[in-house]
Design a protein around this ligand. Structure first.
Ligand code: AMP
Length: 431
């Protein structure tokens, strides 16, 4: 039997209803903040990610799905292509390619699959879904302002509240400008030199190539060493400090709670200044629902003009998991099941179904070959609220037997009143 590839999975109904509920709410909330949708390709030139995300990150060094393009045309051959492991690089590439600075401040969002060859476990997949938003523009558009950082953090808090997710925590930190990061990295390198041999293999490598990443280490034995390392807050200059304070002040003013975590560095290289994560206790080891931060130098690193920006990626798989724990699943239930009864009745049933569906009802259609008992069983199985019986007498008289499957009550309803009648009860749906 051929099965889905390890680390990938099928999303089946009724779970997909929860995914759609999330995506619909996201669109509503983001649009209220004047974000607009962007869609970029699922694969890009490999060098986009190695330059934007950073060669030394786990994502680029070990986790990308990369292949050499084959194609017939000379221009296709030999190109190294990669399935996108994250969305920001592609969006910034699009920003540069389409000279989107002409629009001033861009507030963009997208949703879709990302690919990383990680070890699969609960809440961690090789194809997973992210909901991503970015604010990017020339500095003159206000893109570097702490107003923007606070706005997207407040938007995220609003989204999680609207989805009914309780018990989330916002942790944030300032990782400084790239100049401050260089100094901090150097201080870490010096501090790690005498102790790195006692650390895990990954940290020994990171201590040399990218000491900042050591702070990401989750190995318990390494924690006492990490605890004693220098902190980024010691290296922030006046501007970075002020920026971070202003973000905090706005958040306090709008009533969004947060915690400062000066160990938070995030897995990708491009972050500057504000970095943040929302975590949730119900998720276990993979407890980050979303993460993001500012990336003021990213555009330049892939050949664009200066374009400060800030963004985040929500792990949709994890968001849905949290919702499943709190609200179970959403079951789509048809308003009515139409049971055609007797030869020639399929046509009449189809006509009625068409009318009712135009009246925005969810309608399931039976088959005249079914006996009445089988129709009732089918209606019951899909959780239909009503069954509508369409036999020869009903078709002739234009008055139909409509049975409420919840209460057992049966009434005769003229054709013209059917939609209204069904709606009355169905609008009291359980969601
Ligand atoms: P990152 O792009 O690494 O900052 O990740 C942003 C968010 O995406 C994380 O907070 C997770 O919720 C989610 N995420 C990252 N990697 C995975 C994965 N392999 N499987 C499921 N969700 C993931």
């Amino acid at each position: 039997m051929i099965k889905a590839v390890r680390g990938t999975r099928d999303l089946l109904p009724p779970d997909t209803a929860l995914w759609n509920f999330v995506e619909k709410t996201v669109r509503e909330v983001f649009e209220a903040y004047n974000f607009q949708e962007i869609r970029t390709p699922i694969f890009e030139e490999t060098q986009l990610f190695s330059r934007a995300v950073g060669e030394e990150t786990d994502v680029v060094s070990k986790e990308m799905y990369t292949w050499e393009d084959r194609g017939r045309a000379e221009s296709d051959r030999g190109h190294s292509l990669t399935l996108r492991p994250e969305a920001t690089a592609g969006i910034v590439r699009a920003y540069i390619e389409h000279k989107m600075w002409d629009r001033g401040l861009n507030k963009l969002y997208c949703m879709g699959p990302m690919f990383r060859r990680e070890r699969p476990q609960k809440g961690r997949y090789r194809q997973f879904y992210q909901i991503d938003a970015e604010v990017i523009g020339p500095e003159s558009s206000g893109s570097a302002s702490p107003v923007r950082d606070a706005e997207i953090l407040e938007m995220l808090a609003t989204l999680l509240d609207r989805l009914g997710i309780k018990g989330w925590t916002l942790e944030m930190n300032s990782v400084g400008s790239s100049a401050e990061r260089v100094k901090f990295n150097e201080a870490l390198r010096v501090a790690l030199e005498p102790v790195k041999d006692k650390m895990c293999a990954d940290c020994q490598r990171r201590a040399v190539t990218n000491p900042l990443r050591v702070l990401d280490c989750k190995v318990p034995e390494d924690q006492p060493i990490i605890e004693k390392l220098p902190r980024i807050s010691q290296f922030l200059d006046e501007d970075s400090r002020k920026h971070f304070e202003q973000v905090q002040e706005i958040l306090k003013a709008v009533g969004v709670e947060f915690e400062i975590n000066d160990r938070l560095v995030r897995g990708l290289d491009y972050y500057t200044r504000t970095a943040f994560e929302f975590t949730h206790g119900a998720l276990g080891a993979q407890n980050a629902i979303l993460g993001g931060g500012r990336y003021d130098g990213l555009s330049e690193s892939i050949g664009g003009p200066p374009a400060p920006g800030i963004g985040f990626a929500i792990g949709e798989d994890r968001l849905v998991m949290t919702l499943q724990e709190s609200m179970g699943s959403i079951q789509q239930k048809p308003d009515v099941y139409i049971a055609a009864l007797g030869e020639g009745m399929d046509r009449e049933a189809a006509r009625l179904a068409r009318e009712l569906r135009r009246g925005e009802l969810i309608v399931e259609l039976g088959d005249e070959k079914f006996r009445l008992k089988k129709s009732f069983e089918a209606a019951d199985k899909i959780g239909a609220r009503y069954i509508l019986i369409v036999g020869e007498n009903e078709a002739k008289s234009g008055v139909f037997a409509l049975k409420n499957l919840g209460t057992g009550e049966q009434v005769s309803v003229p054709r013209a009143e059917l939609a209204e009648r069904i709606k009355q009860v169905s609008r009291l749906r359980d969601r």
